[in-house]
Design a protein. Structure first.
Ligand code: MEV
Length: 317
């Protein structure tokens, strides 16, 4: 049996890091997908091929997916291909976990209809092994897709609203610039922020301020208020800089984008030692975004927000 599943990447419009402390965040699935193809074998071997550079994560995902046991006895080839930049804040690890869970569950049960709740829970377990104390926003976003208002109230109470409105045509000026894979992992960045908050380097007020900005970002998009969106995205970037999760290289790119009439913020955990992962950019002039990215030799692409979540692409007997 062969099962192929694909999972979108994600970006966070506002609220990363604060979401670990019970504050809300807005995330969207984006139209860059990671695809896992699982082909059953009869010799019990498990052979993994991946361009996502993360066999340890795939092993963890396979272990967590207990429902895949039947398939695990038989063995399988597992092939991972990713359009999502790896380790850059676009949810690649959650996408791997979700896709591995989806293919193993479908191949083991023979049922093609995905139990999204179950797959999401399995992926969260993998994220915990990988990152320590994730909020769950990455696995929720790539599993369910669309546009999410997410909040982790308590460990057993994670809530999300699928936002029913879309970014209107007039406001589809979102781009992503990849400043490069951070040296630090998401887990390390989350830990760093925690230490700062505990040692009073930072007060909890910054989390409160991020919550306010997140609400303004949402009002900006919903009300088609571009001015509000621009000012709140840039306020969000300043607060992330205050949290200490944005490196100098990324700060310079943000500045160039701002000087040319747009706004930009890191999206995800960030990084400070060197690069900071993906930048979410809002700019009316695509050519300017291209020029700035090219000048620094960075990948960039338009971001279509609100892509479909995990889906089964094909099942062959
Ligand atoms: C990572 O995409 C977002 C963080 O807020 C961590 C998390 O929510 O688990 C930095």
């Amino acid at each position: 049996m062969q099962v192929k599943a694909s999972v979108p990447g994600k970006i966070i419009l506002s609220g990363e890091h604060a979401v670990v402390y019970g504050k809300p965040a807005i995330a969207a699935a984006v139209d860059k997908r990671l695809t896992v193809t699982l082909q059953s074998r009869n010799d019990g071997k498990k052979i993994i091929q991946t361009d996502a550079d993360d066999t340890k994560l795939i092993d963890a995902a396979i272990k967590v997916v207990k429902n895949g046991l039947e398939m695990q006895k038989k063995g399988f080839d597992l092939n991972v291909k990713s359009e999502i930049p790896i380790g850059a804040g676009m949810g690649s690890s959650a996408a791997v976990a979700v896709a591995v869970a989806a293919t193993l569950v479908v191949a083991s049960t023979g049922q093609s209809k995905l139990d999204l709740e179950k797959i999401n829970k399995l992926a969260y377990e993998v994220e915990r092994i990988q990152h320590g104390t994730p909020s769950g926003i990455d696995n929720f976003t790539v599993t369910f897709g669309g546009f999410l208002w997410y909040r982790k109230e308590l460990e057993f109470l994670k809530t999300f609203w699928k936002l029913q409105f879309k970014v209107t045509k007039d406001m589809q000026h979102f781009y992503l610039i990849n400043t490069g894979k951070p040296v630090e992992t998401t887990g390390e960045m989350v830990k760093m922020v925690k230490q700062k908050l505990e040692t009073a380097d930072l007060t909890l007020e910054v989390l409160h301020d991020i919550e306010g900005v997140t609400k303004k970002v949402l009002l900006g998009i919903r009300g088609e208020d571009e001015k509000l969106l621009l000012s709140s995205m840039s306020e969000n970037e300043r607060l992330l800089e205050k949290l200490g999760v944005v490196g100098e290289f990324a700060k310079n790119i943000v500045q160039e984008i701002e000087q040319s009439g747009g706004v930009a913020k890191i999206s995800g955990a960030g990084g400070v030692k060197d690069r900071s992962g993906i930048l979410l950019v809002y700019h009316k002039d695509k050519n300017t975004v291209a020029k700035i990215a090219k000048k620094h030799n960075l990948d960039w692409f338009p971001a279509k927000l609100g892509a479909e979540g995990v889906r089964i692409e094909s099942i062959e007997a």
